[in-house]
Design a protein around this ligand. Sequence first.
Ligand code: PAN
Ligand code: ZN
Length: 183
Amino acid sequence: MVMTPFATQLDLIEGTMENPDRVVVRHASDMRGHYKDADALERLVAAGDPVHYRVYEKAVPEVPGQLLFCVSILEPGTVGREYFMTKGHYHSVPDTAEAYLALHGQGYMLMKTAQGDCAWEFMMRGRLVYVPPHWAHRSINTGRERLVSFCVYPAHAGHNYGDIEAQGFPKRVVDQEGRPAFV
Ligand code: PAN
Ligand code: ZN
């Protein structure tokens, strides 16, 4: 049986999707273990546990040949000196890539491989970051506005968060006198 074509409407500045099938909302409390300054994160949780980021997706069958796509909105801010970021993950099927088109705001895509390579790419409106297969990826909002991006990847890729929770990334991105620094 063939699948029926569909369309959806995105707001490229707000980062919202009309009639999403799934909205993932991650609060500060969902980010425990990811920031260096755990006390600063707990203060943020106690002060109202604000939303860190939201991801809007349409559901498609998660099998080879299909594409998953999403828009995500990462709020601006810092935990201690570290900029707000996503959890980050490898794909469970490691040989699957992902393309990220930045739509609004400024930040970085931080990437690493299990072999110890680390890379980052700047994100601003119109920049497309290609995350090759085997690279874990995390987006980081280093600007003062929301970082909005659109991503697309093979629908069977899956998400492996455990390895990042266990090992983190080789670099942290911190505010040094108002500018991002990789430490
Ligand atoms: C994105 C991410 C999204 C949220 O859709 O899932 O930006 O980041 P985390 O999943 O790391 O919390 C993606 O990379 N999908 O594969
Ligand atoms: Zn991904």
